[in-house]
Design a protein around this ligand. Structure first.
Ligand SMILES: Nc1nc2c(c(=O)[nH]1)N[C@H]1C(S)=C(S)[C@@H](COP(=O)(O)OP(=O)(O)OC[C@H]3O[C@@H](n4cnc5c(=O)[nH]c(N)nc54)[C@H](O)[C@@H]3O)O[C@H]1N2
Ligand SMILES: Nc1nc2c(c(=O)[nH]1)N[C@H]1C(S)=C(S)[C@@H](COP(=O)(O)OP(=O)(O)OC[C@H]3O[C@@H](n4cnc5c(=O)[nH]c(N)nc54)[C@H](O)[C@@H]3O)O[C@H]1N2
Ligand code: SF4
Ligand SMILES: [Mo]
Length: 666
């Protein structure tokens, strides 16, 4: 038996540290690593499931090429030669911008990102900006604070009030819950703001359920009251913020009655929440990513940030607006990783609009070869039908994967190694600042190869000299040189176990200037205006949810597709593995459509439909249909058949939750 330390590579808030026990190249157990203070006591079922998941008989273990008679195994040398010849052809005929590199966060290892440098070494590529995930909020916090930084989870013990706003940690961030619940035991009041009565809302002292995408108006209305009742922190505003006068003038327009009409909340609840927040300091706001998947949500996040500034809940223990935590990233050599030093050509498109971009924008040159890795876009990007069509028109698609996903069914499939089968470094938590080294623990099945090795081989075939041919360990050491130089942390030290970034701030923005141009918190952000937005946060009705033409056509219900507790996106929806998909709706809405528990329903939007079994839940608001995201096409419930490829107001973020639907019995 041998025991190793590593970390969970899944796209999850928590990035648990693991103790892995192995015998004869077989993993016996995966347990939490007590040396990690946040995740040390337990891990979730998905964490334990790595053992069986990586040994599934349908794991991709040999390269496959698509032929007229289906997928055929192909030896690695031939697979690489085929990929290289297609890339070379595209480069010669159209140049590097005819190569599309699509990736997401399907594996949190640092080294997996070296694929980006490969394309830079070829001269560049077409690549996305923005995200399906969190970029509206990131843009918003960057305008307001200059960066997105979070309070340490145990700083919640200093809070007297905790507002969880559009986040569902009971499903998506299990290791945050003990901190939240202990803070509550210590006397903090817990308020959850979410249109859905989630498992997190069930733990709260108060659940506030505004209409979807109305939170911006709620925040501006709270500010209106806080200013009117002089409950603000004048010293913070005077000394650490800019643009307050213009902001104060703007929120005059949001009296509680108007906000009640927009949010559907009683006037008394809005007034109560504003007073509670302004008088129960220190108060922490934990923002979620679900909240910012609406067309208006960048400004929603900005309006919420402003509440914290107004009440001086920034830079104080127990306060803050915690959203993401970019504390480790500055200590990684991103130029080495992405190849900025090679001065690559780049053509950008907004990630959520991949279908529209392929059909309209990316024409000169046209995309000839796509390389997709750590992602399942045909399931996870909005407006799947359009994307499938646009994908079909790309002459050659290469996918690196563990399993034959909807996306992997491409022209060339390259089987990659998984986290236990390769060396890497993990620092991908969205909330904490731990780093984990993960060694190679077991041999991969069949002929799986690490993407770094695949890229090295391709670089050699293509004569791309800017791509490193070093052993993985040496490259990792180089990638963390800033960490070594500035914090004295070496790869050798990281090998000893999980390590909290030395000097990680438990309370961001406590001292010194903000990272904005004027060093202040920006109520009024000139940067937002320069980039085509408005300098002040504002509320705008959501584009699709308020579209009266669609309402007239019968698309009257909010189609919401949040993250499931039992799968990371599509990753745990492998054939045969999953429970069946369900359409959740209120008994009231079901009755209106003659639907009963267990009936089969068709949910459709102007873009497409899905079908699944009905599950009645009094926790779902009346005009709402909820299906968890992640279902593959074969399940019949691929949610992004219905969603759009539209963007939010800031950050090129996918407005996946700004979606209307109708429902009928099948
Ligand atoms: N088990 C599991 N864990 C995960 C993931 C997973 O797929 N499965 N995914 C990971 C990833 S990539 C991410 S981005 C995070 C996401 O983590 P979270 O942000 O916690 O989860 P979401 O499901 O995106 O959305 C959270 C909540 O936002 C609410 N919401 C939607 N619209 C609105 C609105 O207009 N106003 C308000 N106030 N609330 C709204 C939804 O009802 C939902 O309950 O989770 C990570 N963790
Ligand atoms: N309707 C709707 N759609 C959504 C969301 C939503 O809330 N609603 N959420 C959005 C969000 S927040 C996100 S982050 C995206 C996620 O979008 P994706 O990242 O595209 O989705 P995943 O299903 O996590 O796909 C990751 C894939 O990476 C593969 N993989 C795992 N390890 C490796 C590896 O080491 N190498 C390679 N090459 N592949 C590997 C997995 O097998 C899996 O198929 O989805 C978005 N889509
Ligand atoms: S999925 Fe999240 S909670 Fe579960 S083991 Fe991995 S990091 Fe931990
Ligand atoms: Mo995400």
């Amino acid at each position: 038996m041998k025991v190793y330390r590593t970390a969970c590579p899944l796209n999850c808030w928590d990035q648990c540290s693991f103790i892995v026990t192995v015998k004869d190249n077989t993993v016996i157990s995966i347990e939490p690593d007590p040396a990690q203070k946040i995740t040390g006591r337990f891990i979730c079922a998905k964490g334990r499931k790595h053992i069986s998941r990586l040994r599934r008989p349908d794991r991709l273990t040999v390269p496959l090429v698509k032929t007229a008679s289906g997928f055929q195994p192909i030896p690695w040398p031939e697979a690489l030669a085929l990929a290289a010849s297609k890339i070379k052809e595209a480069l010669n005929r159209y140049g590097p911008l005819s190569l599309l590199h699509y990736y997401d966060s399907g594996h949190g290892g640092l080294l997996k990102n070296i694929e980006s440098r490969f394309f830079s070494a070829l001269g560049g590529c077409t690549v996305h900006k923005g995200s399906l995930c969190w970029s509206a909020g990131l843009a918003a916090q960057t305008y307001d604070f200059g960066a997105a930084l979070s309070h340490a989870l145990d700083d919640l013990y200093n809070s007297r009030l905790i507002i969880i706003w559009g986040r569902n940690p009971a499903a998506t961030a299990r290791h945050q819950l003990p901190f939240i619940l202990k803070a509550r035991q210590k006397g903090a009041r817990l308020v959850v703001i979410d249109p859905l009565h989630t498992a997190t809302a069930a733990l709260a002292d108060e659940h506030i359920s505004p209409r979807p995408a109305s939170d911006g108006a709620l925040a501006l209305g709270m500010a209106h009251l806080i200013i009117k009742e002089k409950l603000l922190d004048e010293a913070f505003i005077r000394e650490r913020s800019s643009g307050f006068a213009a902001y104060r003038k703007m929120v005059e327009d949001y009296p509680p009655e108007k906000v009640a009409a927009i949010t559907g909340l009683p006037v008394g609840q809005i007034i109560g929440l504003a007073r509670l927040y302004a008088t129960t300091g220190p108060a922490a706001i934990l923002l979620g990513y679900g909240l910012q998947r609406h067309s208006n949500s960048g400004n929603t996040i900005r309006a919420i940030d402003a509440l914290a500034a107004l009440t001086g809940n920034i830079g104080v223990p127990g306060g803050g607006v915690s959203y993401a935590n970019f504390q480790v990233a500055p200590y990684i050599d991103s130029s080495l990783l992405e190849g900025e030093d090679l001065k690559p050509q780049r053509r950008y498109y907004p990630k959520p609009c991949l279908a529209a971009a392929l059909q309209h924008q990316l024409k000169d040159p046209p995309v000839q070869v796509a390389y997709i890795s750590r992602a399942n876009p045909l399931t996870q990007v909005g407006d799947s039908a359009a994307l499938k069509q646009a994908f079909a028109a790309i002459p050659f698609k290469i996918v690196s994967e563990l399993f034959m996903t909807d996306t992997a069914a491409a022209d060339l499939v390259l089987p990659c190694t998984a986290f236990l089968e390769e060396e890497d470094l993990y620092y991908n938590s969205m909330s904490h600042c731990y780093l984990n080294y993960g060694p190679k623990i077991i041999d991969p099945p069949g002929q799986c190869r690490h993407e770094y090795e695949i890229m090295q081989a391709l670089a050699r075939e293509l004569g791309a000299t800017g791509f490193p041919q070093l052993p993985a360990e040496e490259l990792l050491a180089k990638l963390i040189l800033p960490l070594t130089r500035e914090k004295g942390i070496t790869l050798q030290q990281l090998k000893a176990g999980p390590l909290l970034l030395p000097g990680a701030k438990a309370v961001p923005w406590r001292h010194g200037p903000f990272a904005t141009a004027d060093g202040k918190f920006n109520f009024y952000a000139p940067a937002a205006e320069n980039e085509g937005g408005t300098a002040l946060p504002h509320y705008q009705a959501p584009r699709e949810l308020s579209n009266s033409r669609l309402h007239q056509q019968g698309y009257r219900y909010w189609f919401v597709t949040p993250h499931p507790a039992d799968s990371i996106h599509s990753a745990h929806r492998l054939p045969g593995e999953a429970k069946r998909p369900r359409v959740y709706l209120s008994p009231q809405l079901a009755e209106e459509h003659g639907l009963a528990q267990g009936d089969r329903a068709r949910v459709s939007s102007p873009r497409g439909f899905l079908e699944a079994e009905v599950s009645l839940s009094p926790k779902i608001p009346p005009a709402t249909v909820m299906v968890y995201e992640g279902w593959w096409e074969h399940s019949g419930a691929a949610v992004n058949n219905l969603t759009s490829g539209e963007l939010t107001d800031l950050g090129n973020q996918a407005a996946l939750y700004d979606c209307l639907c109708k429902i009928e019995k099948v």
